[in-house]
Write a protein that binds this ligand. Structure first.
Ligand code: FE
Length: 417
């Protein structure tokens, strides 16, 4: 008999994703390992049992003081893993919307000293408490939408001390919100204003000073680079990423977001963990990513926030056999906290099926974030899941912002935003 401190029952479906390879590619992205009319038992923060509800009584005994959650005929899904966020920033950029709406591009706004540089100014002048408070509000809103793990990038300080400060705040943000946060050093988000017109000197500073300090202090799992004209060339990006790899960091690339920058090619050549964005990636880049096993992290809300002229190439990437993951890209440029909204955009704009989108936002996003084992409801894994008021998992991605009625992290209810 299995002992449990929590049982969740009366569920139309339990989506487990417990079987199959990680990451998943091609047809395997549609295999969700669903238990119809299932139940889940949790003990000591971990999943202790998953099965059909009719087998629950003979398999599981509730501990004294344990609780039963009635799922009200809804669907239980693993917590979302958000594979790409810039959630740690100060201020907002509502003021630049008239420019965006008038068709001034992201790169042009940045070149005029606004956009990302406006956020850099706000972030540099914010106190630790202000940064933590605003980021914690966003992460709690993500959690209320069913997200139970996320990647968090630095990149809004750009100077040495400021980037180290942001990375040091990430574990504090994790403690405050109770979610695992994967820290990524993105000093090469843009050339620091002090190095304006001298990008190679800035790359020098990143490679010789900040990266070694990040590595020594163990502040990041990954290093990311914004490889795009006006930001960092392929040559500069490669220099930073090779230095990061030598220090033992995993690699990520902001690749081919605005134009075909060569970022996806670079990610494939270096065997990066992920290539992200890819709105302008070339068809043959898909084969390169698939062959190298690089996960494509797609950010469909950003495609929308950039004006909607391009869409996340999700269908094409899945069909080419690339492991596809999803992220919110939550930032002052594309401020979205809800992964169900991201999934709906991936389905409607990116032409994924709901099942593919669910896989992309759970096990594949976990792989892209170095969180193997997350994104599933499986015995022995952390009990991170959410219950949705829908009759079938396919309604996620069909409806635009389905909110969970309950979210559990390590078997504890964390529903309240
Ligand atoms: Fe990004």
């Amino acid at each position: 008999m299995i002992r449990a401190e929590l049982v969740v029952r009366n569920l139309r479906e339990v989506v487990t994703l417990r079987e199959g390879p990680r990451p998943r590619v091609g047809d395997a992205m549609r295999e969700l390992s669903i238990v119809d009319r299932g139940a889940v038992a949790v003990d000591r923060g971990r999943v202790a049992w998953v099965g059909a509800e009719r087998a629950l009584r003979s398999a599981v005994r509730l501990r004294a003081g344990g609780g039963v959650h009635d799922g009200a005929g809804g669907v239980l899904l693993p917590g979302w893993v958000d594979a790409h966020t810039h959630v740690l920033f100060a201020g907002n950029r509502a003021f630049e919307l008239p420019l965006k709406v008038a068709g001034v591009s992201y790169a042009e706004i940045a070149a005029r000293g606004g956009g990302l540089y406006a956020t850099v100014r706000a972030t540099r002048s914010a106190t630790d408490a202000e940064l933590l408070d605003s980021a914690a509000r966003r992460v709690r809103a993500m959690r209320a939408s069913g997200t139970t793990a996320l990647e968090v990038k630095s990149g809004y300080a750009l100077d040495h001390a400021g980037e180290l400060r942001l990375l040091r705040l990430i574990p504090r943000l994790a403690r405050r919100t109770g979610l695992p946060l994967v820290p990524t050093y993105l000093g090469a988000h843009a050339v620091a204003p002090e190095f304006r017109g001298r990008p190679d000197a800035y790359v020098d500073a990143v490679v010789r000073r900040t990266l070694p300090a990040v590595s020594r202090a163990g502040l990041a799992r990954f290093c990311d680079v914004f490889c795009e004209p006006g930001f960092f060339t392929v040559r500069q990006s490669e220099r930073i990423l090779r230095a990061a790899a030598r220090l033992g960091l995993g690699l990520k690339v902001h690749a081919d977001e605005f134009v075909l920058s060569g970022g996806a090619r670079l990610a494939a050549r270096l065997g990066a963990q992920s290539a992200d964005h890819l709105l302008a990636a070339a068809p043959d880049d898909r084969e390169r990513l698939a062959a190298a096993g690089v996960t494509a992290v797609l950010l469909p809300v950003t495609a929308f926030a950039l004006g909607g002229a391009r869409r996340a190439p999700a269908r094409e990437m899945v069909d080419a056999g690339v492991p596809v993951a999803l992220g919110s890209d939550c930032s002052p440029n594309s401020w979205v906290e809800s992964m169900p909204v991201v999934l709906a955009q991936a389905v409607h704009g990116g032409r994924m099926t709901p099942a593919e989108a669910i896989t992309a936002a759970t096990v594949n996003a976990a792989h892209a974030s170095g969180l193997e084992g997350a994104g599933t409801v499986a015995v022995g894994r952390s009990a991170d899941f959410a219950v949705y008021p829908v009759g079938s998992a396919t309604e996620i991605g069909y409806r635009f912002d389905v909110r969970p009625t309950a979210v559990y992290r390590q078997g504890k209810s964390v529903s309240s935003a």
